[in-house]
Design a protein around this ligand. Sequence first.
Ligand SMILES: [Zn+2]
Length: 467
Amino acid sequence: MIKAFKYLASLTLIGFISLVLLFNFSPRFKKSAQIKTLDKIGDIAAKRLSENPDVEGSAAAEFINIPIEAREISSGIWQATGVGNAHIITTKSGDVLFDTGLSTQVPKQIKVLNDAVDDLNISHIIVSHSHADHQGGVKFWKDDETQIITHAEFAEEQRYLTELQDYFWGRNRTLFPFMPETPPRLNLLAYGGVEPTQTVSNGEPLKFSQGGVEFEIYALPGAEGADNIVLWLPQKKILFSGDFFGPFFPQFPNIFTMRGEKIRKPAEYIQSLNVIISLGPDMIVPSHKDPIIDKVIIDSGLVKMRDAVGYVHDAVVDGMNAGKTVEQLMTDIKLPPNLSLTQQHGKVSWAVKSIWEYYATWFHFDKTTELYAVPQDNVYVDIVSLAGGAALTQKAQDYIAQDKPLEALHILNMVLGVQMDNKMALEARKAALQTLLKRAEMGDQNSYEIYWLNYRLRETQASLDAQ
Ligand SMILES: [Zn+2]
């Protein structure tokens, strides 16, 4: 009943939104009407998320529950908090906006910043990269005069993220089951459509001064994609880093994304870190979570991250030249104690695989079948009929008992590839996944590894429940 009501309410809302968006009001009125509508959608989305039991306790919940407030992080510099932060650098002649948050949160961020800053007048919008949680507000903030600054690769990144939107959405929704079924298609809410008026290329920083404030924008690829830019305020030694550092500082970076974006170039990441080290920031302001103000943590963290990525990169290259397999290297390469960093976001063994595949591509030069479109799964039926599902499952259980869950999963892939409803095999898969989950939770606590294992556990449990 409640569900039906929610459904009706959302249909009514969609009808109302369509009307608002279709009517050709004066542009200013049209925009303020759209913003009000969007604010309502944002409230509904936030409420739905906060009531969803799947969200509770997850890293996503931590972000969703951040209140939207304006705070002055340095004199004349304001941050609107949220899932993604938006920043205003005020000057005597026009203000500069760095990153624009998630589209459903923009109305509230606009409101809190307008309340905090007198006569807010945005001359420039700098977008750190093409991800939705950074560019979502551009359409709301800009007018015909606004300069929009991005990396020169922004348009290309935005193009492929738009064209593959359904693919990314499907994968993200698998990991975050509380997401709506389809991506937003409505005008202002929809991803993309940002057209830069000025771009910054690698190695060629863009510098300007306005109202007594000096601005320097550096293209620093290699972290959150090829189109990453950061804003440097040399007078205050503040670095607005977008997603360059990810959710923790310092951390081992995520050069691989589970949702399946292009692999990030490790050598570019190291070069980019060298640029930041040479700037010597006193404060780092990421577009998620809080600013980092401890100079000792900043200086040591930057060097450690650079050296850790360099270490892993060089070890992969050495291993490739020595003829080792990618699996050997994933097992062998570990950060030495002096370079140890949290792997909650980026995982060293996945970086090893990514660096390998970045250089060597998908053909690992061993199995002929890799070159052709007949998968191994095609012969599982033969293996299962020769060995028997019960005997194979018993072998998998033995492996689980020996604390070898991956060997068990290999065997269970064969059994369950043929006998989807084999209860013993499903129970064994559940046990193997639980072992892996426990290892992940006790070990690196990598959030994506945990999301994935939970997804597979939900799926296995659903198959068991269906019996
Ligand atoms: Zn982000």
